[in-house]
Each structure stands twice: as structure tokens, then as C-alpha cells.
Design a protein around this ligand. Structure first.
Ligand SMILES: [Zn+2]
Length: 139
């Protein structure tokens, strides 16, 4: 039985070879995945993008292409930029909360430092209470 062509080669009605760059990423049993990527980027562009990167980066490139193509199908105008914008907004909100928490922590440290010096003040007060009164109460 001859090995089946990858999804990319099947879509192009080409013979798939062992050296096919697309075969490891677009198996023959997942035609939809390549169809989505091809629809957005085109066969030759996908092939060129995979040729332009190191072999160990190709899986990440394919993941990125599939992600972007999926987002582009759902939102043809903004694609994944809408989600990126939302995530950047959330990051800004979290950074703002972090800054507020750090300011609160600084205040608490300041209060703690003053609290630590409180015993010193208490010692001084104790000494004042137990020392000889400066005046005698006359009854
Ligand atoms: Zn192929």
C-alpha cells in the first residue's frame, strides 16, 4: 500500500515525498487544518514560510499559522489582533493592580518599621511612669 499524501499535497493533487516539508505538520487525515491555512495564506506562501525557518521552528510556525488562520476565519477584519489587544488590556490592568499592591506593601513596610520602633517609645513611656513623680499629690 502506497503511503498517502499529506493534506497539503492532496490539496494540490501532487505526489507527496519523504522530503515533503508539509507532511509532518499536515497529516493526510486532517484536511481541514491545511485547508484553513491554505485559504488564508496560500499553498506557496505556507511552503515558503516553512522553508525560511529552521527545522526545529517549523512546528511553531505551523501552530502560529493555524492559530492566525482560525482567528481570521472567525474575524476576517481583525483576526487574532482583537484577542492580542484584549490580552494587552488585561496585562495593563494587572500591571496597574500590581503597582497599587506594591504601593500598599511599601506603606505596610513603613508602618511596620514604625511599629518596630514602638517598643522603644513604650520603654521611654514606662520609664516615665515608673520614675519618681515630679510632684507629690497632696490630699
Ligand atoms: Zn506532502
Amino acid at each position: 500500500m502506497a503511503p498517502s499524501a499529506c493534506a497539503a499535497c492532496r490539496s494540490q493533487r501532487k505526489k507527496c515525498s519523504d522530503e515533503c516539508l508539509l507532511a509532518p505538520h499536515f497529516p493526510s487525515d486532517d484536511l481541514q487544518k491545511f485547508g484553513l491555512v491554505q485559504k488564508v495564506y496560500g499553498f506557496n506562501n505556507v511552503l515558503k514560510m516553512l522553508k525560511d525557518v529552521k527545522a526545529e521552528q517549523r512546528a511553531d510556525v505551523v501552530k502560529s499559522l493555524v492559530y492566525e488562520a482560525t482567528a481570521r476565519m472567525e474575524d476576517p477584519v481583525y483576526g487574532c489582533t482583537r484577542e492580542i489587544h484584549q490580552l494587552q488590556k488585561r496585562i495593563a490592568e494587572q500591571e496597574s493592580k500590581l503597582a497599587a499592591t506594591q504601593a500598599e506593601l511599601l506603606d505596610m513596610r513603613f508602618e511596620h518599621d514604625n511599629f518596630v520602633s514602638l517598643p522603644t517609645i513604650c520603654d521611654e513611656v514606662d520609664q516615665m511612669l515608673f520614675c519618681e513623680p515630679l510632684w507629690e499629690v497632696q490630699i
